[in-house]
Write a protein that binds this ligand. Sequence first.
Ligand code: NZQ
Ligand code: ZN
Length: 388
Amino acid sequence: MLGNFSYCNPTKLYFGEDAMSNLSEELKNYGNKILLVYGGGSIKKNGIYNNVITILNECGKQVTELSGIMSNPKLEKLYEGISLAREKNIDFILAVGGGSVVDYSKALSASVHCIEDPWEKFYLRMEDPDNEAVPIGVILTMVGTGSEMNGGAVITNTKDKLKIGKVFNEKVFPKFSIMNPKVTYTLPRYQMVAGFFDIMSHILEQYFSNTDDNTSDYVMEGLLKSLIHSSLIAVENPEDYEARSNIMWIGTWALNTFVAKGKATDWMVHMIGQQVGAYTNATHGMTLSAVSMPYYRFIMQDGLGKFKRYAINVWNVNPDGKTDEQVANEGLHAMEEYMNKLELVMKISEIGVKKDMIADLAKSIYILSGGYRVLTAEEIETILKQCM
Ligand code: NZQ
Ligand code: ZN
């Protein structure tokens, strides 16, 4: 049964090969002082930077650049951005990049006019901003996080070894996002497939909860089938526009808050994966792939009916003459084979987790209760050992 909810997603999307042509019209709605935020330089290599700068100049905007946003953006970098944005009295943040740049820009948007310490207020106390947020626009260059149409902003505090995702309210959602699938063609294969799995994981985190007949579950099965189909095409031919554009669109719908409405959600793969990221700085999607199979096998009995449904509806397992457990296991096996085809990281030992880290890592993981089983810290340690 659907619970009570409100639904509003204020982000306007421009999608397709010509999406960038809408930038100048959009920018007319905002002030002149633009903070252009980007990462380690991929946008300079693939030409997006020149394209954007030309448009900003034609619009007569005053541009301040803030570059070097690292993957898994760090708290110190946020403090640096806050000082710069205050000094230049910025009117608008234009984020050009993947989830890290977009997340960072949202954290910055909320923090520029915040008089308290943003880490304490937004990330530890999980409060919403009571101050004005600087408006943000996005030009998305990497697919996976869904950050282009949600309030999520994950920041890593390296000193305290904590990677925390704050979900901001609508004030901080991007005002618009420009999504041209072709700009994702230059992604290295490792990042591309990590993004594909991030999308899959977002859907599964919301699918594996509740036992009722929720419309979202049917939507998610459709999204998963399209993702599996298109991703297998994209790994063979990364420039297949149909596949890459479908995946870009699925990535947005997987985490733009729509499928979660009225439903409990799990998010334990992300809780475990994020802390693996805090300890290793590994690529987000790969931290998820490395923990997913042991996690799902661990909780399968607790949600057996849903795992059976997943096997049949998503992986086309034939249930005839089999027990529920056999069907569910075959579904997970098919998922594992698919992950191997994508050459995803399947063990946390491959991304820098050492045996002697496990006990501390397990204790640092935040336990959520929306999934089929509320884990104990000991059970998380067992799962982590199985991920090695
Ligand atoms: O920094 P540059 O030089 O731009 O290179 C990036 C980076 O090295 C590169 N890249 C991006 N677009 C490219 C490109 N290279 C060539 N061509 C392009 N078109 O790819 C690398 C990875 O980029 P990054 O932004 O770090 O990846 P992703 O989009 O996966 O974002 C990861 C961050 O998002 C958070 C993660 O925890 C992580 O911090 N997440 C945000 C969520 C949200 N907002 O809701 C939810 C997710 O679960 C996730 O936690
Ligand atoms: Zn994710």
